[in-house]
Every structure is written in structure tokens, then in C-alpha cells.
Design a protein around this ligand. Sequence first.
Ligand code: ADP
Ligand code: MG
Length: 287
Amino acid sequence: ATPTSIMVGTGRAAESGILFKGGEHLERTHQLEAIVLDKTGTITKGKPEVTDFTGDEEALQLLASAEKGSEHPLAEAIVAHATEKDLAFLDVDDFTAIPGHGIVAQIAGKQILVGNRKLMLDHQIEIEGAEEVLVGYETSGKTAMLVAIEGTYRGIVAVADTIKETAPEAIKQLKELGIDVVMLTGDNERTAQAVAKQVGIDQVIAQVLPEEKADKVKEIQSQGKKVAMVGDGVNDAPALVTADIGIAIGTGTEVAIEAADVTILGGELLLLPKAISISHATIRNIR
Ligand code: ADP
Ligand code: MG
């Protein structure tokens, strides 16, 4: 590989907002066979909004107050919703985030749980009657969270995140370049499938705990494939490091950007097929 053509290639990429940390990453991008995309913030805009809440106002006040301590995009959506409704936030005495499951908080002597089925199961909360409603939200691509106060189920809060407008086109172009496209998410299977369908992805790995994301990347590598991982969150950093190419999407966290080999500015997914095309054009010139 001539250093000059690599420099021209990374320069061209940089003009489009694709920042390679070094020329070797451009060469490795040329060999990619699979791309794993995180769902929230990568395929979707990462700005979810509350669409439904089945509980009463007291439950909403407690759950929103509890979520104030979380930096998760789902929590931000709930806090914004309660703020719009002019609900007062209560002081939180204790708060624990359980990655991939939800949160547990203590407010005014009451225990508040917000999260998925697993969180409720772990705390032995009866959620009978909730299942059908949950499935309804999930089938339409919403993320539904269960709320329990003092051990009693109190409702479901559903949140929807819109897909990036250019996601379907970007995924189509990646497939045309012969790349396997996989969605990876901690969200539940049904929600993930609904979102995947909207953007034209047919390989979905859902309900993956943050610490398991890197293992999923390794599994694809063990099939003999060169894999890129694209993500934005703190949780994605180990998977970005594990992948043959780690790609941080520009609106992402510092942690993700540091862990990545490539940064895509502004979160534009069309820059993914573009990066691959540039690598092909560059390597062609070298050989
Ligand atoms: P993602 O892959 O979309 O970033 P996460 O692994 O962060 O998903 O979360 C997986 C699931 O855990 C969420 O879909 C939600 O059900 C639950 N969860 C995580 N954080 C919270 C929170 N702050 N409040 C309620 N539920 C949460
Ligand atoms: Mg995420």
C-alpha cells in the first residue's frame, strides 16, 4: 500500500465527515464483510418520546422522579414528558441503575421499579394482564417499560424513537456492497424486529445485555467474517474495540469515540457505505 494513496483516501473521507484514526483502518474497511449496528442512537435518532402511559398521575410522578437519576435516553424521554405535564419532581433517596434491565429507586419511603419483564421477574412483581398491552406496544416498535411501586404493578410507559430518515437507503447500499447487516440491541425482540423491518434489516440480535455486546461481535468473527461495529453509547465501547473496525457515530459519547477506529460526524448513516466505497476506490488504486 502506498502511503500517498492512503493519505488521499483518508483525506477524501475526512471531507465527507468520515474520520479514520489511521490509514490502516481504511485498508481494513476494504475487507469488511459484516456490519453490526446498535439500534438506539445509531439506527434511530436516539431521541425517544413517551407515547403512552397506562397508570395514574401519582405513579407518573414517582416514576419520572426516579428516572431523573438515569442518563439513559429512555429516562430522558420520561423526564421530558413529566416536565411537559408540569409535574413536580420528588427527592430521590436512593437510586440504582441495572444495565439492560431498568432502575430501582427509593422516594418518600417507597420503592419504585421501572424496567423490563426481567426486572419485574427479579423482584417477583405480578404483572398479569400487562402482557397483552406490552406486546401491542412492542409490535408497533415502541419500547415498553413496566412500573411497580412498593411491590405492586402500576402501569406501562411506552416510548417511541423515530428511525433516521436515511437509514433504509444506507442499509440498502450496504447490502448492495455485499455486506451483511445486523442489528444489535438490548431492547426486546419484538420491538427490535419492528424497527428492523422499517429499515430493511433481516438479521436481529435482541435482548443483549451491555456486557454481552462484544461477545456477539466475536461470534460473528468466529464465522470467519471481518466485522465492523457501529455504536454511539458508553455501553458500546467494548464491542467497538472487539470489532475489526469500531465506528463511532458522531452524536455519540466521548467513550465511544475514544474506543473507535473511525468516527462518522453528525450520525449520517449514508457515510457508512460511502466509507466502504472510498476504501474500495483507494485500495484499487494501490493494487
Ligand atoms: P439499548 O441497546 O437500546 O441501548 P439498553 O441495553 O440500554 O438498550 O436497555 C435495555 C432495556 O432495559 C430497555 O429497553 C429497557 O427496557 C430497560 N432499561 C434500561 N435502562 C432503563 C431505564 N433508565 N429506565 C427504564 N428501563 C430501562
Ligand atoms: Mg444504546
